[in-house]
Write a protein that binds this ligand. Structure first.
Ligand SMILES: Nc1ncnc2c1ncn2[C@@H]1O[C@H](COP(=O)(O)OP(=O)(O)OP(=O)(O)O)[C@@H](O)[C@H]1O
Length: 359
């Protein structure tokens, strides 16, 4: 799929910007703070309903603006066109597809954007939350049952946590229905996450064999968030006392995690920072490749600050690989990365939130 155009209003320094986009590689070049990353952020927002940068969603809203909006014309590989948009007015977010108001998950289901950016190494070196988000975005796109199980789980978790924080300890009978619901929903979530990671493994293997062959074969480990040898419902009942003391639910799908290990770097700490980044890049590309296998079209791939994240050989390899499969690639940099200067690339100069075509 590809974006044919983006219209961004009120997002960070982008007051009102129209971005016409072609297939293949587009580079946004400009000085630090010009607004390049914000353009990628706008595309990512349509596919995740959140930014890839950490921090409050409020920071996205241009200072002094009452609202923000991102609209795009999306073209699927089968020729189908869609107008998609996400806007925020006050505290309310609204998503649209072809003029109809839809839920955020419906919007996110239509558009797939993956992004490799300076914070991506958190996928390897950071906390479990980032890895769960990555995993769940992928599962959501390929397994339709996932979203309803995830919503059921979140609702039951919230209710159980309310009981755990009550000023007087509630009777067991109040916990049991929520614990049964957590058990049932977690069973579905766990199965789908496990299936997804199993499907993802050969894609990561292939990506890593190209990016970091020196680290040898890799292994992907998944931890579901509670002991492997007992049902979640049973464990929630036996651990209720401990959870009451802590004031929240300490086991379950919301504590799941996964990790990647290599024969020549069995621990995360064995990876250099550059190797962490390349591993994260491999995971991002693998997710895009599995999406393409299942959906028959590549997601849009954003590469933020490519030249400062990767050496020239890796820049050329990645962009070449994405070019070969026909993916739309949006790249940012203070300059056009050397590795892209030879290929057919469209370039925009970005300056203080304004855009001008260069090539
Ligand atoms: N809420 C906001 N309202 C207005 N301006 C903002 C807001 N948040 C960030 N900015 C500004 O918008 C710009 C956003 O820059 P962005 O991160 O997109 O730049 P960039 O071109 O990618 O820079 P770099 O090369 O330094 O990564 C910065 O100048 C920043 O100070």
């Amino acid at each position: 799929m590809r974006l044919e155009s983006l219209r961004i209003r009120g997002l960070r320094c982008l007051e009102d910007v129209a971005v016409p986009l072609g297939p293949g590689v587009t580079v946004f070049a400009g000085a630090n703070g010009a607004g390049k990353t914000s353009i990628l952020e706008a595309a990512f927002l349509l596919s995740h309903a959140r930014s890839f940068r950490s921090g409050a969603k409020d920071a996205l809203l241009q200072r002094g603006a009452a609202g923000l909006s991102v609209f795009a014309e999306l073209r699927h590989d089968d020729g189908r066109g869609q107008r998609i948009g996400l806007g925020r007015q006050g505290v309310r977010w609204e998503a649209r597809v072809d003029g109809d108001v839809v839920s955020l998950s419906e919007l996110v289901g239509e558009c797939a954007v993956v992004c490799f950016e300076p914070g991506s190494h958190d996928l390897i070196a950071g906390g479990a939350e980032e890895r769960r988000r990555y995993l769940d975005w992928g599962v959501f796109h390929v397994e339709h049952e996932f979203i309803s199980a995830w919503r059921r789980y979140q609702r039951a978790l919230k209710q159980r946590n309310v009981l755990l924080r009550a000023s007087t300890v509630p009777p067991e009978a109040l916990f049991l229905p929520w614990e049964a619901e957590l058990d049932a929903a977690a069973g579905v979530i766990d199965r789908l996450r496990d299936l997804y990671l199993t499907a993802l493994r050969p894609h990561i293997e292939k990506a890593m064999a190209g990016l970091l062959p020196e680290l040898g074969p890799m292994e992907l480990r998944y931890r579901r968030g509670w002991a492997e040898d007992a049902p979640l419902g049973e464990l929630l009942a036996t651990q209720r006392g401990r959870d009451l003391a802590r004031g929240h639910t300490t086991i379950g799908s919301h504590r799941a995690d996964w990790s990647i290990a290599f024969e020549h770097a069995p621990l995360r700490e064995h990876l250099s920072r550059g190797q962490e980044k390349l591993t994260a890049l491999g995971c991002v590309l693998a997710q895009a490749s599995l999406y393409a296998e299942r959906k028959g079209e590549w997601p849009i791939v954003c590469l933020d600050d490519l030249a400062s994240e990767l050496d020239k050989a890796h820049q050329a390899a990645v962009v070449g690989q994405l070019g070969a499969v026909g993916a739309q690639v949006l790249v940012t940099g203070t300059e056009v990365p050397e590795a892209l200067q030879a290929g057919p690339t469209r370039v925009f100069h970005v300056e203080q939130g304004h855009l001008a075509p260069l090539l």
